[in-house]
Design a protein around this ligand. Structure first.
Ligand code: PLP
Length: 243
């Protein structure tokens, strides 16, 4: 066996062990609050990691991966699918300029970071032109002092944006997404996110998804009703620095 193969086997074993640990954390977090672990989808955040890691995740039975940069994700999806055609679902979780909507619509099955009307409209236009439909989530800002670049719409405006998304062609509103401020109290932040979700769900019963929780705070998110956690480091290890 050559060293390249040995290296990828080592990587597979590492990811497999990490996945088992994360799944165990999800299970015990669910048990702690009387939820069924089957209600919580694990989305592995593969940003900055190579296509070969996504191929390993495919082998290990993962169903969902997330990326935060258009220029990285499109080629990565193409590379993965040329090697192992799969039914993996690709999520966009990063801040998105309107002029990238067309490109994102070619690879993303779901865009979780919809936080303004101009972006929702651009995604709808792109999806219509491509003849596909895209699931969307409203990203809600949970920061008390919103900082540039973090994204998210203020909670008070989220329902209005949800209404717009639901009315636009080729977009399906499936829920809300949030990132807890760090440092900060994730319980308090996810509590607010859950309230926003409840209001949106009342108006749009099919918006069932609550995307909350990362490597450091998945237990809190699950306690507040997360139906999906987005886990990077705890599965794939330390990320190379973002450029
Ligand atoms: C990077 C990222 C994650 C994953 O964070 P980890 O701490 O590595 O688990 C989750 N959500 C968003 C929006 C991210 O940008």
């Amino acid at each position: 066996m050559d060293t390249l193969e040995q290296g990828s086997l080592d990587r597979q074993a590492e990811i497999e062990a990490n996945l088992a640990e994360v799944r165990a954390r999800v299970q015990s977090a669910c048990r702690a609050v009387g939820r069924d672990p089957g209600e919580v989808r694990l989305v592995v955040v593969t940003k900055t990691f190579p296509a070969s890691d996504v191929a390993i995740l495919v082998d290990l039975g993962c169903t969902d991966v997330a990326e935060n940069r258009d220029q990285e994700a499109g080629p990565k999806r193409a590379a993965v699918e040329s090697e192992s055609p799969t039914a993996m679902r690709w999520h966009m979780i990063g801040q998105l300029q309107r002029n990238k909507a067309r490109s994102v619509a070619t690879w993303a099955d779901i865009v979780e970071s919809v936080d303004r009307t101009s972006l929702a409209s651009a995604l709808s236009t792109a999806a219509v032109a491509l003849g596909r439909s895209i699931d969307v989530m409203i990203q809600v800002c949970l920061d008390r002092d919103p900082a540039p670049g973090r994204g998210g719409i203020p909670p008070a405006q989220a329902l209005e944006l949800a209404n717009l998304c639901q009315s636009l062609p080729s977009l399906d509103l499936v829920g809300v997404m949030g990132v807890a401020p760090y440092p900060g109290d994730p319980d308090e932040a996810f509590g607010r996110l859950a309230e926003v979700h409840a209001r949106i769900r009342e108006a749009h019963p099919s918006a069932t998804e609550l995307s909350a929780g990362m490597s450091g705070d998945l237990e809190s998110a699950i306690a507040h009703g997360a139906t999906q956690v987005r886990i990077g480091g705890a599965v794939l290890g330390k990320r190379p620095p973002l450029k």
